[in-house]
Design a protein around this ligand. Structure first.
Ligand code: SF4
Length: 748
């Protein structure tokens, strides 16, 4: 019997787990009471770790399509096939002929984060897509434009705030998103216990709303109007007070001018919230000793996603709550945070739109194009047409808009490679599938998520079991070798040396770095005998803000120190970081970026829009589900059908729908049929279906998921509807028609 302490890889909360094993068996999974961030908290998904380890449907051997069937093959055969198919295609049609889709689990994967950029650079395609443009891209764009870095996302200082305003998020169920915060129920209760207030704005009465002091229903897509009206109230009632930030802000006058056009009286009807209530919410936010505004997926995946994301931080600035204890603060992660060198004003800001999608001309954001354009890029002939696709831990056929069109397009590709642990709705179309290791077969460090954590921590987990195949980082390097023209048997050691050398060279060349000007060879030698992601991570930790600086701070952080602390190391609460965190060209907070101000006119258009009284569709997050990929784990899908249509009883009565009956939902993009669940916990005029379901396609090899198939709601999402600044798909507020499904009478 052995005990292992690990970070849970299943969601952004990064809870500490105590995993008990006997040989190759997982005996139990419990919360790690001594974990420095989660203190023993876990949710039901954690148990999925054992079931994923035991899952007979999980791939452990590469597959190659032969005679129309995916058949088991060796790793060498798989890479020979990839080389045979991809290399001539690249030579004939160019780099953009190969598109890539990166799925959400990569954000939790050390190998992906450290080695993904390596093979993507070797590919050199502009057709890079990811789950980000059906999720959080608007927040990254607004943060990038305001603060100068795509990961400078302020997070609410939940543990010290007195007033938390939450829009379009259900952290009681998600445990935070763009906010790494295990046990949000406990943290929200603590706000109320210390006399504070939690206010939720959402078209659904979510579990978070039920725990809050106040819940306001809002019409889907109206968050930007509400936030602008709250800002307008602050301006009109002389409540604007950025406090310490005043000297670090550019564009304050412009913003106060712009929001004056959105008085609460003007936006009330569009929001479905009375003007007096909007004014009261704004006054209370301004009056609170320490307050934060936090918004997530419901405010991002809609037509004004970037404007809403921007206005969240406009409110945080106008009330003096940005970068202030108990407000919205910038975490200081131990690794991967190159904007922490302490040189204010040294940034260049961010540039978006460096290239456009070929067919629709939508702008690139942070190196990727909107996934809502992928189908047309595959279908439309001409130079740069996508002819091959590589997916990594992604299921875009289920997760992205107008899924049916994308699936048809994928069927027409010349070649598809998938790196995945399942044959799912997308990977069933692949010509080659490379299995990744399961979470217990690889090390874990949350390079990305600690940059969004409610409290600064660092925690490293070594693998529990030996991988049955090659480590994932070697798979990525081998792929890089093929894409760089070195064939299927590239020298992986040489490539890995190149990786660390590139990382070190970049750091020593940065004047603000702790190792600026040092000899790269000496630093690399100090990392021996580590290789792979551990070598990269050790380097990042050592040059990071808490690191040993390769001798400068002998007690500073190293990977060895983390290995000696299996429950993690507490690096302290958030601290003030403005102006050091800013990387805009001006060295200031850009409160009125040109692109955002230019988009305000579109928001005004929404005010003039006629409302036809029709229904609109939104999604919903569920405790035992995280997107599409955990539905093959029995513990997480058991019980009653969760893929249902939530509809208000008044709407149901009008439409002749009954609880437990079935409804046909149609939009301009498609039609689906789902079971009906009546609830007064949803706003009249709004219906909700969770996304990530629809596992009954032929060829999918996920037996448990197949038995709990549900329906793919993204069939209804119109891929032509995107937030123009971020290219993020509009997945909330989709106009739909709902009617009772006609079931044929069974003859007696
Ligand atoms: S909240 Fe997230 S990280 Fe924590 S146990 Fe659940 S799935 Fe894992």
């Amino acid at each position: 019997m052995a005990l292992h302490y690990r970070t849970c890889p299943f969601c952004e909360a990064t809870c500490g787990l105590e995993v008990e094993t006997e040989g190759t068996e997982v005996v139990s999974v419990r919360g790690d009471e001594r974990d420095v961030l989660s203190h023993g908290f876990i949710c039901p998904k954690a148990y999925g770790l054992k079931q994923l380890h035991e899952d007979p449907d999980r791939l452990t051997t590469p597959l190659i399509r032969r005679d129309g069937e995916l058949r088991e093959a060796t790793w060498d055969e798989a890479f020979e096939e990839i080389d045979r198919r991809l290399t001539p295609l690249l030579a004939e049609h160019g780099r953009n002929a190969v598109a890539v889709y990166i799925g959400n689990p990569n954000a939790h994967n050390l190998s992906s984060l450290a080695y993904g950029p390596v093979w993507l650079r070797a590919l050199g395609s502009q057709n890079i897509y990811s789950a980000s443009t059906v999720d959080q891209m608007p927040k990254q764009v607004s943060s990038g434009l305001m603060f100068g870095h795509l990961l400078s996302v302020p997070v609410p200082d939940v543990d010290r705030t007195d007033h938390l305003l939450i829009l379009g998020a259900n952290p009681l169920v998600s445990n935070g998103s763009l906010l790494t915060a295990p046990d949000m129920r406990g943290r929200l209760r603590a706000i109320r216990e210390r006399g504070g207030k939690v206010v939720v704005v959402d078209p659904r009465r979510t579990r978070t709303a039920e725990e809050a002091d106040e819940h306001h229903y809002i019409r889907p897509g109206a968050d930007a109007l509400l936030l602008a009206a709250m800002a307008c109230t602050l301006v009109e009632e002389n409540l604007v007070d950025p406090g310490r930030l005043a000297e670090h802000v550019d564009g304050l006058d412009q913003v106060t001018q712009v929001v004056r056009d959105f008085s609460p009286e003007l936006v009330a009807e569009a929001c479905g919230i009375e003007a007096g209530e909007i004014r009261r919410m704004a006054r209370e936010l301004a009056a609170a000793e320490r307050a934060a505004v936090y918004a997530r997926i419901g405010t991002c995946t809609q037509e004004f996603g970037t404007l809403a994301s921007w206005l969240v931080d406009v409110l945080n600035v106008l009330t003096g709550n940005l970068d202030r204890e108990g407000g919205a603060m910038f975490p200081l992660a131990a690794a991967g945070q190159r904007n922490a060198s302490g040189t204010p004003g040294a940034g260049k800001g961010v540039r978006i739109g460096r290239w456009q999608s070929r067919v629709r001309g939508l702008p690139e954001t942070f190196g990727e194009l909107p996934v809502a354009t992928l189908a047309e890029e595959i279908e439309t002939p001409g130079e740069g047409q996508v002819r091959a696709l590589v997916t990594v831990a992604g299921n875009p056929v289920v997760s992205t808009p107008n899924s049916e069109r994308l699936e048809t397009a994928i069927e027409g590709l010349d070649f598809m490679l998938a790196v995945d642990i399942y044959v799912n709705e997308t990977t069933r179309h692949a010509d080659v599938v490379l299995p990744g290791p399961e979470p217990l077969e690889k090390s874990h460090y949350d390079l990305a998520l600690y940059q969004l954590a409610v409290h600064n921590v660092a925690n490293y987990s070594p693998p529990v079991f030996e991988p049955s195949g090659p480590p994932e980082w070697e798979t990525f390097l081998r792929l890089a070798g093929v894409l760089a023209g070195q064939g299927p048997d590239a020298d992986l050691d040489a490539l890995d040396d190149l990786v660390i050398s590139t990382v070190v060279q970049r750091e020593v060349g940065d004047a603000g770095s702790r190792v600026a000007g040092r000899e790269p060879a000496e630093l690399i030698e100090a990392l021996e005998p580590r290789r792979g992601p551990e070598r990269v991570l050790d380097f990042m930790l050592r040059v990071g803000p808490y690191g040993d600086g390769f001798g400068a701070e002998p007690d500073g952080l190293t990977l060895a120190l983390l290995e000696a602390h299996p429950h993690g190391i507490d690096l302290g609460p958030h601290r003030e970081r403005v102006p050091e965190v800013l990387r805009t060209a001006s060295g200031k907070i850009e409160l009125a970026p040109e692109a955002l101000i230019a988009d305000v006119e579109r928001l005004q258009g929404a005010l003039a829009r006629e409302r036809n009284g029709g229904l609109v569709l939104i999604g919903r997050r569920q405790l035992r589900s995280n997107n599409s990929w955990m539905h093959n784990l029995p513990a997480l899908v058991k019980g009653k059908d969760r893929c249902t249509l939530h509809i208000h009883p008044d709407d149901a009565r009008r439409l002749g729908l009954e609880d437990g009956g079935r409804a046909l939902i149609s939009s301009v993009a498609g039609q689906i049929e789902v079971p009906v669940e009546l609830t007064d916990g949803i706003m009249p005029g709004v219906v909700s279906i969770p996304h990530g379901w629809g596992h009954d396609a032929p060829g999918v090899k996920m037996r448990v998921a197949n038995d709990h198939a549900g329906v793919n709601t993204n069939v209804l999402a119109d891929e032509s509807q995107v937030d123009p600044l971020s290219g993020n798909a509009v997945l909330n507020g989709i106009p739909v028609e709902v009617r009772a499904a006609v079931t044929e009478a069974i003859p007696a």
